[in-house]
Each structure stands twice: as C-alpha cells, then as structure tokens.
Ligand binder design. Structure first.
Ligand code: FAD
Length: 508
C-alpha cells in the first residue's frame, strides 16, 4: 500500500507543501506516496505574503515551476534584499537614514573583509556599500541577472516579490500536475483514535478521509494541530510587539516607473511599513503594535506614506499573535505554515518556514518505522529555527537609537530581549559574527545577514586589542576596490528590474 498523506488547507503553505512532497515522495510513480489536498471554498486564504527569501528559487525549481511562468502569472519581480529606512534614527536625526540587508554575501576572493572594514580601511563607506556590489545594483533598480541566464541562476543572489493569491493559484495548478488529488470541501470534524492520533477527518460535504500522515495547513485556525490535538502556541509578544497589519495596494504613477529591487521597510512610530514593487502595482502595509497605536491612526500613517497612488484603495486589516508551536509534529499530524508559527512580516520569514518544513518532511518521511523518531527530530529542528529567527528579528528593533516613541523605547528594554540574543551581542562586542555563530542545520539567515543588520544599525565591534593580527591590509584595500568596480559593472551591465520582468513576460 502506498503511504497516504492528507494536507488540509490550500493557501501558500498547503499548495507549496503538496507540490513539493508530490515531487519528492514520488506521487506520480508506482510505490510513491499518495498525496491529497482538501481546501475549503468557504474559508479564504490569507492572501498576503509578497516577499520571499532566496531559498524560494530552489523550492520552486523542485516543484517544477519555471521562472518565466512565475513572472507572468504572479506579477513577480526580482528582490535582492531589504532596505531598512529610519530604523536606527528617527527621520532627520541621523546622518545616514538607511541600510541594506543584501542577499549577496560579502566578497570572499581575498582576506575576510569585515575586520578590515571595522578598522576603517574602507574609509567612511558603510558596510553594505563596502562589501557587496548589490548595494549599488539595488540603488539603481538593477535586476540581479541578465535575460540570458538560466532559470533561477544569476550573478547576484535573489528572491522574488509576487502577488500572493496568484502564487497560490500557480502552486495549485503545478501541484495537481505533480499528481496531487484535489478535493474542495470543508473539514468539519477531526476524529481521534484511542492512541490520541488522528484517525480521520470528516467533510462537510459528506464522507470521511483517513491517511497515514495529516498535514495541517489551515492557517491561524490550526484545526488539526491546535483545535483537535491541543498542541499549544507559544506567544512571543513580550519580545516582538507587532500584532496587527493594514495593507493597501498602490498604483504606479506611470506604467514604466522603476521597480524597486528590494523590499523597502520604513520604520514608523509604532512599527514599520513594507513597500513591495510588483510589475503592475506596489503592495504596502503598516505592521504595528496595537498596544502602541490605534488602527485608524495606523491607516492614516500608511495612506500618508503611500500618497495619491493609494487614493480610493481599500485597506485590508490583519491581526496575529506572534509565536510558534514548540511541538509542530504530534503523532501522525504535522503543522506547516501559519498553523505552525508566525512572527511578523519582517524579513519575509513566513513562506521560508513552509519551505523548510516541507523539506524536512520529505527527508524525515516515515516510509517505515514509527513516527516518533521523525517527529522528535522535526520538532527539535523547527524549535531551534524559530528561536534563532526570533533573535534575528528582535535584533532589528533592539539596536535602535530611536527614543521618539514608546514603541522604540520599549523595544530596547532589556526584559524584552531574549537572553540568547544578549549572549550573541556580547560575543560581538570584540569580534564580528562569523561562521562560528551560525548552524546551517537550523539557521535560515547566514552570518552575512547578521552582519548587515548589526552594522547597519551602527553596532561597534572593538578590534583594537588584536589589531596586529590583521596583516593583509593591502589585499583588503584591493578587495574593497574590486567591490567598487563590480558595483560599477553591475550598474552599467545589468538590465533594470522592469526590463528583466518584461523580458520574462515575453519569454516562451
Ligand atoms: P492561509 O493562507 O490562511 O490558508 C489556510 C487554508 O486552509 C485555506 O485554503 C483555507 O481554505 C484552509 N482551511 C482552513 N480551515 C479549513 C477547514 N476546516 N477545512 C478545509 N480547509 C480549511 N510571509 C512571507 O514569506 N513574506 C511576506 O512578505 C509575508 N507577509 C505577511 C504579511 C502579513 C500581514 C501576514 C499576516 C503574513 C505574512 N506572511 C508573509 C506570512 C504568509 O502570508 C503565510 O506564511 C502564507 O500565506 C501561508 O499561509 P497558510 O497557507 O499557512 O494559511
């Protein structure tokens, strides 16, 4: 008998997991797993989530979606990182009002550059500009690659921005093509057996479905892992204060206006605004703490930011409780997507957690033996990922010098900073983050990401005591010059983001 997998929920998490597992578990091959997805017509998908992380390229390739299809069907554009504006200083209060968290690692063809930058060898050039040509590429709205590069390959590291609802449709079509059986119905009851595992789900339209493994992709409702199995949600609102968002689409003044090649994240008095350039519109949203600002005031601030391009556009409002489940896999049920965890939209960690979970399930899939071993490993891995990501996100807030609102003052209160993050920051007083600080098995963000945020926020690492160790000063100077030359080359040779999007739209 093939193993039977039932996925409940057809949002991004459900269809991404379905399409991926169908490929990885051989749903279209004799002896492969049988994958069924049931989604409700009455309960919509969340339909936000327009920013992604570079891992999405490999995930989409494995699912079988081509880059041009993604661009054509989802209004997708190319994203090379996130620009953070006014996170360090309130408007008008600091010399430099922004930094880039670039996807590209610093140049490595020579000595490690960061210590030399810390010792002032790149002059007063900020770290993002000194270490990667991607800063200039983003500032000039360049794409990360040429039209001639193959799908998902380019000289600069990248991800995508896209229309979330259109992506769910594309994932659905590809999932069905990959061999997923699709049922449109609402699960109205989850039956448990004597051992406490799920024995079947009962559909509103009649009948019940049983499976070997149930995957809960029902979003914040968490019908299986939460309501039926009672695995608790661990809230982290003491650390990350944002619990609400308002989103508004914004039209471009002219159809050929430049498309930003990064997510623009602008700090506000009680949170931050995302600004994401798609091909036909921008998506903007104010992510805020309801304990620090009311919904009406937040919407006014968002509309003031968005300007005339948002006139008449309807605002969508969201509430969430930042947190995660320490146990996302319990007996024969595993949660993926919002039912497993969600912090906030910062750094686009929503979809990437679904990618990671789908990858782990494919690897740990209990073809034989019991589920307990897989569950233990899955839970341990995901828990660590959530903890580490929580530290990374909090670092964006707690290093601020802003004192202009209660939100920012509260964010630096020591009680709001996890001990694990305090320990990291202690380490980085006298040495910069390096590979010792990350674990590729659990970390979503490489050391370069920590470095971009840390030094973008003005962190000081004092290397004066070990100055004598850094002997490759000439080589470092040459490497900084190389980055500058690469930046000039990128600016003059890469197409604009919009040009590459247009090319992909025309490609067959
Ligand atoms: P949903 O989209 O809520 O889908 C739930 C599915 O379950 C639906 O198909 C529904 O029909 C089905 N369902 C529910 N109950 C039943 C039932 N009883 N029977 C049958 N079916 C059922 N992530 C990013 O990566 N980047 C971002 O930029 C980003 N921005 C975000 C901004 C906001 C404001 C929020 C709140 C989230 C954001 N996220 C982002 C997270 C991202 O939106 C989610 O990770 C993603 O949409 C996955 O959602 P989901 O599939 O888990 O849930």
């Amino acid at each position: 008998m093939p193993k039977r997998v039932l996925i409940v929920g057809g949002g991004t998490a459900g269809w991404l997991t379905a399409g991926y597992l169908a490929r990885m578990l051989g749903a279209d091959r004799p002896g492969g797993a049988a994958i069924t997805l049931v989604e409700s017509r009455d309960i919509g998908i969340l339909g936000v989530g327009e920013g992604t992380f570079p891992t999405i390229r490999r995930t989409l390739a494995r699912i079988g979606i081509g880059e041009a299809d993604l661009v054509r069907r989802c209004g997708a554009t190319f994203k090379q990182g996130a620009r953070f504006v006014h996170w360090r200083h309130a408007p008008g209060q600091g010399a430099r009002d922004h930094y880039l968290h670039a996807f590209q690692q610093a140049e490595t063809n020579g000595p490690e550059l960061l210590p030399y930058w810390l010792m002032g060898m790149a002059g007063d050039m900020p770290w993002d500009e000194a270490s990667t040509p991607q800063k200039r590429a983003v500032d000039t709205h360049r794409a990360p690659k040429l039209p001639s590069h193959p799908d998902y390959v380019g000289p600069l590291n990248y991800a995508f921005h896209f229309d979330a609802a259109a992506l769910a449709d594309l994932l659905r079509d590809q999932g069905i093509a990959n061999g997923v059986t699709h049922i449109v119905d609402t699960v109205r009851e989850v039956r448990l057996g004597e051992d406490g595992a799920i024995s079947a789900v009962v559909l509103a339209g009649g009948g019940a479905i049983d499976a070997d493994l149930y995957i809960d992709c029902t979003g914040f409702r968490a019908e299986l892992i939460g309501r039926a199995l009672g695995r608790p949600w661990k809230p982290v609102g003491d650390t990350l204060f944002c619990d609400s968002a308002i989103a508004i689409p914004v039209s471009y003044p002219r159809p050929d206006d430049p498309i930003a090649s990064c997510t623009i994240s602008t700090a506000q008095s009680a949170g931050w605004i995302w600004d994401i350039g798609l091909d036909a519109r921008r998506g903007t949203g104010y992510v805020y703490s309801s304990g620090h600002i009311g919904a009406e005031e937040a919407e006014r601030a968002l509309r003031a930011y968005a300007g005339p391009g948002a006139a008449g556009a309807e605002a969508r409002r969201f509430r969430f409780t930042a947190g995660y489940r320490e146990v996302s896999w319990h007996k024969n049920c595993v949660a993926v997507g919002l039912s497993s965890g969600f912090f906030e939209p910062l750094e686009a960690t929503g979809i990437v957690f679904s990618e990671v979970a789908a990858g782990l399930i494919a690897n740990l899939f209990p073809w034989a033996g019991d589920f307990e071993t897989s569950a233990r490993q899955f839970n341990r891995n995901m828990r660590r990922r959530y903890e580490r990501t929580l530290d990374f996100l909090k670092m964006h807030y707690c290093l601020t010098s802003r004192t202009d609102s209660a939100f920012w003052r509260d964010n630096v209160a020591p009680a709001s900073v996890p001990d694990s993050l305090k320990e990291l920051l202690d380490r980085w007083r006298f040495r910069p983050p390096n590979e010792l600080d990350v674990d590729a098995n659990v970390d979503i963000f490489p050391e370069a990401s920590w470095q971009y945020v840390l030094y973008g926020m003005g962190w000081h690492t004092d290397l004066s005591a070990k100055r004598a160790v850094f002997r490759y000063q000439d080589e470092a100077r040459q490497a900084f010059a190389r980055v500058r030359a690469q930046a000039a080359h990128a600016e003059s040779n890469l197409p604009s983001n919009r040009e590459l999007v247009r090319f992909a739209q025309r490609a067959r």
